[in-house]
Structures are given as structure tokens and as C-alpha cells.
Design a protein around this ligand. Sequence first.
Ligand code: GSH
Length: 308
Amino acid sequence: MRGVKRAVFVGRALRSNSNTAVYGVGATLHRDRMAPHGCLTPSNPNPSVSVTGFRYLSASAAATSLAQDAQTKAFKPKELVLFQYQACPFCNKVAAFLDYYDIPFKVVEVNPINKKEIKWSDYKKVPILTVDGEQIVDSSDIIDKLIKRIHPDYDLNAEEEKKWRQWVDNHLVHVLSPNIYRNVPEALESFDYITTQGNFSFSERLVAKYGGAAAMYFVSKKLKKKHNITDERAALYGAAEQWVDALKGRKFLGGLDPNLADLAVFGVLRPIRHLKSGRDMLEHTRIGKWFSQMDRVVGQSSRVSEQS
Ligand SMILES: N[C@@H](CCC(=O)N[C@@H](CS)C(=O)NCC(=O)O)C(=O)O
């Protein structure tokens, strides 16, 4: 069972539970600086956190072979830092992976306008992950590299898993913005949620909420056209049903345990569950069962927000 590391980080109680985020924040509302998928967030630098180390306990001795346990224990970086936009689906994919594997990480919110937090890097997008100072970029590449460090013989070319991971990047992420900014109330709900997750002053929050909602409402219409989406809810429900069909009755695409495709779909969808679009998706499609199973196995966030 390659997905069954399931170690427990002893410092769970010290974790922040706030890595949920919403895709596509309009941030300082520069519509022309939107990424193609509208993925921008307000600046929220919070670099003052640190990770002191890893302590793993076997959570399920029965489920985890000694060999796997040994491999997992071999991956013990001192510090992981995720440079992200809180609302970036690619960043949320990485966060879900780290959460599932109980790998503590700290987060640096990148200002989408000046990107000053990643000035040190030649790469101009997020996510960027540093592992003890070593930079890894691109969400899929980050996940590939980490899984190889956790399970060196993990087969990254398994056809079904690869196909669905690509589906997440090429299809699923593009369905989100048109849904969460579908109309004014939903755009406001999204920004209300986004700004409560961030580190805003009262006035920043108001500007981000109303300005961001207005900007993203228009951006999402453009994105809808670009990706040939006529009915955004139908597209979201269609994607959810397509995923459930792909499961072919299995608990997870990976079988009894999630694989990287399960983690990618979950990472991208997890933030919208508190929004109307996510609630509608859970109510009107068959994805709910898989979603709650994922929620259970991924567990709490591994994000570290204070000295542990
Ligand atoms: N293929 C990349 C895509 C990353 C990406 O497009 N990130 C967006 C944010 S969601 C970005 O940083 N865009 C550039 C910008 O905002 O200026 C990945 O999977 O990590």
C-alpha cells in the first residue's frame, strides 16, 4: 500500500487549521494581471513561523509495512516552506499532499502584484516549495519529487493515475472560477470566505471583498468563454460525475488508499466545500461519499503557524 504512510506528527495540536482557501482571488484587483485561471490573492505575508522538526509515530502498525515505515522516516527535512497564493488550486494540491503525508510545512503568502516574497527565485509562479532551502517548482513536479523521497520506488507512470492527475490540471481547475464567482452573491460569499482566511485589517478586508468580488465576477466570465464553458454548474457537476465514474466503485482511485490523483482532485476541491458551488456539488452529484472519505484520511492540516 504505497499511499499508507499515515504517520502522525506529534505536534498536530500546534497546527493551524487554515490552509483551506478559495481559488482565484482578485487580490489588489488588477484584472489584467490575472493568471489565465484567475489565480491571484491579496498579499498576506506571514513569514514568521517555523518548523522545528519531524517526529513520526506509526499510526497503524497493521497497515504500514516496516519497509514503508523505514522509507518514510528517511524523509526528514528540517524545514518545508510553501510559497503560495492562498487561493491557488495548484498550491492547494501541494498542501493536500503534505497534509495527507503529515509533513509539517510553513506558508509564505506571496503578493501577486509585486511577488516580492519570491524575488529570490527565477521562477515567477506559485507554488514554490523549499525543502531545507532547496527550491522545487511546479505543483506536479513538487509532488513527484516528494513522493520519490518518501517512497523511492513509487511508480509515477501508472497510466490511470497519470491520466487523472493531468485531468485535474487541464480541466478541473478551469471549472472552478466560473463557479465560485458565478454571480454577485456567490462572488461576495467567496471573497468573504477568502478574506476571513487571510491576514487583513478591517479596511483591507472590505476593499478585497467588494473590489475582488467585482473584479473576479468579470474575470470569471472571460474564463468561461476561454474554456468553452456555457453552463458553469453543469460543468462542475459533470466533472464531479466524471471523477466518480473513474473510481469504478473503488473507495479511492488508488484502491483502498488514495493515490496522487485522489489527492490532486481533493486538493483542488477541498476549499470550495464551504461555498455555495461546493455545497451544490455535494448535494447534486455522487461525489460526497468519496469526498468525506478523503476528508477523513487526509485529516488535519499540517501547516505550522506557530513555533512548535
Ligand atoms: N503548472 C504550474 C502552474 C502554476 C500557476 O499557473 N500558478 C499561477 C497561480 S494559480 C501563477 O503563479 N501565475 C502567475 C502569476 O500569478 O503571475 C503548477 O502546476 O504549479
